[in-house]
Design a protein. Structure first.
Length: 266
């Protein structure tokens, strides 16, 4: 029976779509046909099979999920969303290392929702992608962890601080050294801003880079051979910021407030 139900649901896109449609609300057959873009001859056999399996029920020509159907659809949604997430950027996910991300987050990775792969062309390798920059500048809060130095970051973050954006920036020691040595003016501005909090992490980085705002999550991962390419996964799902904040918390473990005197030496 278990195998029959799996075949019934997962091996038919039409039945899967019908179940997801009825999860939203009960519908009559004409509405089902309209929303799925099918005719009666196409959808009726699937309705019949789902009724016979006890997953949907009909009353007064209105179809809805049964209690068993509700339970099954509710539990299959994370699987479908996870498959969709990895399928959209399959080559990227297959070639990058996820092992450093805590399992408690990996098992909920479908919460990232829609993800877009950002990678600069050869003429703009050192530039922050416009999509990422626009989203950053529209955010009210920015949490960032980084273990590598980007030459545009100091100017971007000092501008965010001037705009009153709440900033929490955690960086590794080598990043802090480059920030204060090469961009002292911007570093001092970030240290002085009341809406900016700077931290130092002295332990191995979980991820190369993580940006979490009230609008999105942007993540960089190492490739399987630990190399780092200039690729960013931008995730805009409704739950992506909360997922990202949890990962940021892991990155911040053992971090300490930055002592500017350690880096502001003449």
């Amino acid at each position: 029976m278990r195998q029959c139900l799996l075949n019934l649901i997962l091996f038919s896109g039409r039945r899967k779509d019908l179940l997801l449609l009825l999860k939203e609300e009960p519908r009559d057959v004409d509405t089902v046909k309209e929303l799925l873009g099918v005719d009666s001859g196409c959808i009726q056999p699937h309705i019949k099979k789902l009724k016979e399996s006890g997953l949907i029920i009909e009353k007064n020509k209105i179809f809805r999920l049964s209690e068993i159907g509700e339970a099954i659809v509710e539990n299959m949604l994370p699987l479908l969303k996870t498959v969709e997430l990895f399928g959209d950027n399959n080559e990227y996910w297959m070639s990058h290392d996820l092992s450093s991300i805590p399992w408690s987050l990996l098992e909920r990775i479908e919460e990232l929702g829609h993800c877009k792969l950002l990678e600069p062309d050869t003429l703009h390798m050192a530039e922050t992608p416009g999509t990422l920059l626009d989203n950053l500048m529209s955010s009210k809060e920015v949490l960032t962890f980084t273990s590598y130095f980007h030459p545009q970051a100091p100017i971007i973050y000092s501008e965010l601080a001037e705009k009153g954006v709440e900033i929490t920036l955690c960086m590794t020691v080598n990043v802090a050294e480059r920030l204060f040595f090469n961009y002292r003016k911007e570093a001092e501005k970030l240290c002085r801003a009341r809406n900016s909090k700077l931290f130092i992490s002295r332990k191995p980085a979980i991820v190369p880079s993580l940006i979490v705002t009230d609008r999105f999550l942007a993540l960089k991962l190492y490739e399987m051979d630990r190399k780092l390419r200039d690729q960013i996964i931008l995730c805009s799902g409704e739950k992506a910021p909360c997922w990202g904040k949890e990962l940021f918390g892991y990155c911040m473990e053992a971090a300490e407030p930055l002592d500017e005197n350690e880096f502001l030496q003449p």
